[in-house]
Design a protein around this ligand. Structure first.
Ligand code: ATP
Length: 468
């Protein structure tokens, strides 16, 4: 069973060093979060698993890492300056501000709200008698469009000429480099360009831990296809591929669902969009989006920059056209949160003791192996250190070394951070106690089955590598 409440995971994350509240010693900064040592490792592994699956292991994909600050004309061309906005409503009583559509969604569902026009938000809030989450009254102002882009200034003069935006999505960095990729990589359609990076949105109501924050990471792909070909096939392949990626890494399929956007809910640039949603403790929420963006972005950038952004068919140089794009867009932090929620398990062991265990997929677990000397006896610790060094040097595994506390406590600690294997060095290993095991053997304990097997020191590297 995954976590039944968000608080269970928030508290474990803080206690064990996955995620801390941001700027905590200064009283915090609302809804900012810092990844601690284990969280940073978990997040890196999520990104690595994503990059491996969708970039490294594919011939048709190339990776990029583009700048956060871009020429402001990019955001005019993309439509973000004019229309990247959410409906903001104020509570007339307590003056707090909220996203009107999200307040309605909780009662009416995403589908019903997505089709609302801005001037329908306030009447609907009043008709449905939706109270202010802060003070409980139902007195709403008319909804205003609130642009979510963070503004900043480049250089020493703060005027209109130096205005810049923190990018609200990583996708545009891909589109503006389309020509560079064509020129340097000479790809053939269909091909994709991927990148992982920070995005910033001045969200009206951030919340639910790292689910909605103002600074977050995305993992995005723009997959360029021939518009005269089978776009539906590419779309469906991505849908299936992403579903498989999530489920293979441990998300239970019955806690995932696909939500197809209704025609009147689609963004102006999209002819088809689906979301993959996860059953978060507070309800279904978007984890991933897949959109058919047509040639909207390339056409806009071509028009605004004056550059020709077309693809020439290498087999028929007379055939020049603007590819269409299928966009698989992942939220990295939401994905990490999902893996945390899904891994969280509280259970009672056969001996009656209870434990909290993070059942991460072995590829995602921030620590692969813990080496634990059975006691603090100096020569036993020295032997365990030797083994620790061997595993670190002969494998790419991340290894923890822990001597403090009883062995039971140390197992529980490793369970709580999701370490798949614990290796215990005991007096049998030293040839001093046959009852514990043969000389030059150690015990490997499995996090999930709790099975303990005795393995020779010579075979330990193979045994641990195979387990991953
Ligand atoms: P939402 O409807 O939740 O605001 P969105 O449809 O605006 O999301 P997209 O623009 O499609 O989101 O962004 C792609 C992905 O980026 C989302 O599926 C989500 O995982 C992630 N994402 C978007 N906004 C945030 C945020 N404020 N905090 C964390 N992740 C986010």
């Amino acid at each position: 069973m995954p976590a039944s409440s968000l608080d269970q995971v928030v508290s474990l994350c803080k206690r064990r060093g996955f995620i801390f509240p941001g700027s905590a010693i200064y009283g915090g900064l609302a809804n900012t979060w810092d990844y601690g040592p284990l969280g940073a490792e978990l997040k890196n592994r999520v990104k690595r698993a994503w990059w491996d699956a969708f970039v490294r292991c594919r011939q048709d994909m190339a990776g990029l890492d583009t700048a956060i600050l871009m020429n402001p004309k990019v955001w005019e061309a993309s439509g973000h300056v004019s229309s990247f906005a959410d409906p903001l409503v104020d509570c007339k009583k307590c003056k707090q501000r909220f996203r009107g559509d999200k307040l309605l969604e909780e009662k009416l569902g995403v589908e019903a709200v997505a089709v609302l026009k801005i001037d329908q938000v306030q009447p609907m809030l009043l008709a449905e008698n939706i109270p202010c989450p802060a003070c409980g009254s139902c007195a709403w102002t008319e909804a205003k469009r609130f642009n979510l882009m963070f503004k900043t200034h480049q250089g020493v003069i703060e005027d209109e000429g130096s205005l810049a935006y923190l990018r609200p999505e990583t996708a545009q960095g891909i589109f503006v480099n389309f020509k560079h990729i064509l020129e340097t990589m000479r790809p053939r359609l269909p091909f994709g360009i991927a990148q992982i990076g920070k995005a910033f949105r001045n969200e009206i109501t951030p919340g639910n831990f790292t689910f909605r924050t103002r600074e977050f990471e995305q993992m995005e792909i723009e997959y360029f296809v021939d518009p005269s070909g089978d776009k539906k096939m590419h779309f469906d392949e991505w849908k299936a591929g992403v579903w498989e990626w999530y489920t293979q890494l441990g998300i239970a399929p019955d806690r995932l669902r696909v939500r197809e956007h209704a025609k009147d809910e689609l963004s102006h640039y999209s002819s088809r969009t689906i979301d993959i949603e996860y059953a978060f403790p507070w309800g279904w929420g978007e984890l991933f989006g897949l959109a058919d963006r047509g040639d909207f972005d390339l056409a806009q950038h071509s028009k605004h920059s004056g550059e020709e952004l077309t693809y020439t068919d290498p087999d028929d140089p007379k055939k020049k056209f603007m590819p269409h794009v299928i966009e698989p867009s992942f939220g990295c932090d939401r994905t990490v949160l999902t893996f945390l929620l899904e891994a969280y398990t509280e259970e009672t062991l056969p001996d009656g003791e209870s434990r909290t265990v993070m059942r991460f997929h072995p590829r995602l677990a921030p620590v692969d192996v813990a080496v634990l000397p059975l006691s603090k006896k100096e020569h036993l610790v020295a032997k365990a250190e030797e083994l620790y060094k061997k595993i670190v040097h002969e494998t790419p595994l991340t290894v923890d070394f822990d001597v403090t506390g009883s062995i039971g406590k140390r197992y529980r600690r490793q369970d709580e951070i999701g370490t798949p294997k614990c290796v215990t060095v005991d007096f049998g290993t030293l040839g001093e106690d046959e009852k514990q095991g043969d000389k030059d053997t150690v015990t490997i304990r499995d996090r999930d089955s709790l099975e303990q097997v005795r393995v020779s020191l010579g075979g330990i590297v193979d045994a641990l590598s195979a387990a991953r």
